[in-house]
Design a protein around this ligand. Structure first.
Ligand code: TXA
Ligand code: MG
Length: 316
């Protein structure tokens, strides 16, 4: 198992040796390595068992450092960066040649983000390269929101996990870019569409597809536990209770034993629901039952990102 600690110096040392480590952010934990070093990048793909066509997000600590990695920044994206950074927003920008093609899977744009987590920023400030970090889970499985989640699945493959506590936001960053002068959302996440549109005006939301591996975050079945998850239609109540569990928003199912039910937020708070989502998906995966029914949350604010993850978790 990996060492779990909050020693920035140890983390820095591993990264300088082109090793990869667990890395806390406000969204989910990342699997971090030197974004400018091919050996480190290859290790990230290998540990995650991630196909090379799925590009990586580059993390940095300040807008100033970006100049070294990207070409011009369109005004509307700069405005979003000013409002939401540090925070759960990733921006696609035309890359300079120092960013290896392995990072972008050969695409001309690189995804960049400044995380809103003090330990992550401290680490990024202590090194002189940016960090590539996909979520620290095996490819296709539920993302990790605690150091323990990372350790459980990847601990035997990495030396160190920087422990920054439980991730506050709980779903990944929102990914945006520009196409034909329009702001496009490629993945719904911690910054809601409503928040974005206050800055940008109407955005285009690219819904995921399983057939277009260029769109980010994108495979139809993703974020999926091993258990069979079934999406329950609104206002449908279960009558069969044997061998069945339930993951709901704020209301229990009467027919199912309480020990096989989890509510994302019993007060109906969407932020709380996002914060609990991946931890609960991991918990229900350990239950000794066959099928878990899942209800969507209200399709608004961060609820849209939650529903996106729930739909994909059910799309096996
Ligand atoms: O919140 C987050 O974004 C977390 C934390 C660790 O920062 N990271 C994360 O990384 O979710 P990952 O690799 O699990 O998801 C990143 C998504 C992928 O689906 C990938 O396809 C997309 O971003 N992506 C990365 N670079 C891209 C690029 N150049 N063009 C299009 N999509 C890109
Ligand atoms: Mg991921």
């Amino acid at each position: 198992m990996a060492t779990i600690g909050s020693d920035i110096k140890a983390a820095k040392q591993y990264l300088e040796q082109n090793d990869v480590i667990g890395f806390p952010t406000e969204t989910v934990y990342g699997l971090a390595g030197n974004a400018l070093n091919e050996a480190a990048i290859l290790k990230i793909f290998e540990v995650k068992n991630r196909p090379k066509f799925d590009p990586l997000i580059v993390h940095t600590h300040s807008v100033e450092t970006l100049d070294a990695y990207v070409l011009q920044i369109p005004d509307v994206l700069k405005a979003c960066m000013d409002v939401f950074w540090p925070g759960p927003l990733t921006v696609l920008l035309d890359k300079k040649s120092c960013i290896p093609d392995l990072i972008t899977s050969g695409l001309s744009r690189v995804a960049v983000r400044i995380p809103n987590h003090s330990l992550a920023i401290e680490l990024l400030q202590s090194i002189d390269f940016p960090l590539a970090a996909p979520s620290a889970n095996p490819f296709g499985y539920v993302s990790p929101t605690s150091a323990l989640h990372v350790d459980t699945q990847l601990g035997n493959q990495i030396p160190y996990i920087l422990n920054g506590g439980n991730c506050k936001v709980g779903v990944e960053s929102t990914i945006i870019g520009i196409e034909n002068n329009k702001v496009v959302v490629y993945r719904k996440g911690g910054v809601s569409i409503e928040q974005l549109e206050e800055i940008t005006g109407t955005v285009q939301v690219n819904e995921h597809s399983s057939s277009n591996p260029q769109a980010p975050g994108m495979l139809k079945s993703h974020y999926a536990p091993n258990k069979q998850l079934v999406l329950l239609q609104p206002n449908v109540f279960l009558t069969k209770s044997e061998n069945v569990g339930y993951l709901g928003f704020n209301q229990h199912q009467i027919s199912i034993p309480q020990k096989y039910q989890l509510l994302l937020s019993d007060t109906g708070n969407l932020q709380e629901a996002a914060h609990n989502l991946f931890d609960y998906l991991r918990k229900i995966d350990t239950w000794d039952i066959d099928t878990i029914y899942v209800s969507l949350v209200p399709e608004m604010g961060i609820g849209r990102a939650i529903n996106d993850r729930l739909r994909r978790a059910c799309a096996k």
